[in-house]
Design a protein around this ligand. Structure first.
Ligand code: ADP
Ligand code: MG
Length: 405
């Protein structure tokens, strides 16, 4: 499959989250929605911080979804509500252009959560779409701020709904770009395109091998269950925030490294170039560069190994990826290291933090019959370190954004 040939939507039976969104919609408007759309969160199998360096990533959609129950209005206003927030936020569609983009370094002029769906509406209008006012009621079972991309899920659900209701006719890749624009320019979080692409393009039992320079996407069967394995998510419950601090600094280091190497982005630096990079730059910048360059190679290696030898053979690549994020890119935290180390000590084939870092979740590739023993070992290690108990659960690669009802 190429990214420009989206797979047909997957029909689903309505879920509890669909019902929650529909209930919220009824409370808000006193009527039924015109439709219900949803988009999943994602986990990243491998390829971290490589997306904004125009490199490679291998995420998959997870079976937790954000749902938008949406109905058109007879005026030109947009109202968004979420089970996650106390109050609905309502603005005139024409006023979206005054609200966004959010000036760099400032907070959105609406409550931050509302900048995601309103930013999607703004970005769609910027892309030439138009349509009537809408009411949007949002519910979700994606853990928020856990590195599982509840942000791409809310963007994907809103973008899918408005694309249909406004007859915008955008394909999934274009909708991923809309979501990213909302996140970058309306919310002000300088994130890459990986999350939105995973949320839009996910398919059951497949990871998405994405070239973030060309946006070419290929589905790679993961074959986890087939290999007798499971993927465990260990949510440390340490919340991260991408719009501030470390994430921005890492981006700046990568840009500096690319400039010193005289290339448009670190995508253009190979493992063979690293000795030269070490001579040209300070130690911190070099270690940031080395993470990106070796991580790109690990994504390519993981895709090859998955195709040739199956899921059982990728454990060492996951472990090497975590070490690179911990030691070179320095985006791990003690809770993530504890989760990874405890899972490996309890027999996981591989484990690594997933997502942008500074908190959030780690994943482990484990034997199917080891779910309980590894989960218990991770919980015990957290207790021994005095950390808040983690949330530990299994995930299987799931379908991307679609209309539910
Ligand atoms: P992550 O994507 O890892 O969950 P982010 O910080 O990127 O973390 O995005 C989380 C933010 O997205 C939340 O703080 C909130 O502003 C917004 N968000 C996510 N899901 C919802 C939801 N269901 N309702 C309202 N806002 C949401
Ligand atoms: Mg996010």
């Amino acid at each position: 499959m190429t990214a420009s040939e989206p797979a047909p939507p997957t029909p689903t039976t309505p879920t509890a989250t669909d019902a929650d969104a529909a209930t919220l919609f009824a409370e808000l408007t006193g009527r039924e929605p015109d439709g219900v759309w949803s988009a999943p969160g994602r986990a990243n199998l491998i390829g971290e911080h490589t997306d904004y360096n125009e490199g490679f990533v291998l995420p998959f959609a997870i079976p937790f979804r954000t749902v938008a129950a949406v109905g058109v209005r007879d005026d030109a206003r947009i109202r968004v509500a979420s089970t996650f927030a106390e109050d609905a936020v309502e603005v005139a569609l024409d006023d979206l252009d005054d609200l966004f983009p959010t000036p760099a370094g400032t907070s959105p002029r609406v409550p931050e959560w509302a900048a995601y769906p309103l930013g999607v509406a703004w970005a769609l209008r910027q892309a030439g779409a138009s349509g009537p006012g809408v009411d949007i009621a949002i519910a979700s079972d994606v853990p928020v701020g856990a590195g599982l991309s509840s942000s791409a899920a809310i963007e994907g659900a809103a973008a899918s709904a408005l694309n249909d209701l406004w007859s915008a006719g955008l394909d999934r890749v274009a909708l991923a770009r809309i979501g990213r624009r909302a996140e970058n320019e309306a919310v002000g979080a300088p994130t890459g395109i990986m999350d939105q692409m995973a949320s839009m393009l996910g398919e059951p039992d497949a990871a998405i091998f994405l070239d973030c320079r060309t946006l070419d996407a290929a589905l790679v069967p993961v074959g986890v269950a087939e290999a007798g394995l499971a993927i465990l998510v260990m949510d440390t419950r340490v919340k991260h925030a991408h719009s501030t601090g470390g994430y921005r600094e890492r981006r700046a280091s990568c840009e500096k490294g690319a400039e010193i190497m005289g290339v448009p982005s670190l995508r253009d630096v190979s493992v063979d170039d690293l000795p030269r990079a070490a001579e040209l730059m300070d130690d911190v910048t070099f270690r940031r560069v080395r993470h990106i360059v070796t991580e790109n190679q690990r994504v390519l290696d993981t895709v090859r190994v998955l195709r040739e030898d199956g899921a059982r053979a990728i454990g060492d690549l996951l472990v090497a990826s975590h070490a690179s994020m911990r030691d070179d890119f320095e985006i791990s935290v003690p809770e993530l290291d504890t989760a990874v180390d405890a899972a490996l000590a309890a027999g996981a084939l591989g484990a690594r933090m997933t997502g942008g870092g500074f908190g959030g979740a780690a994943i482990a590739l484990i034997e199917q019959d080891a779910v309980k023993s590894v989960s218990d070992a991770v919980a015990a290690a957290f207790a021994a370190s005095g950390f808040e108990a983690p949330a530990v659960f299994t995930v299987t690669p799931a379908a991307g954004a679609h209309r539910d009802v």
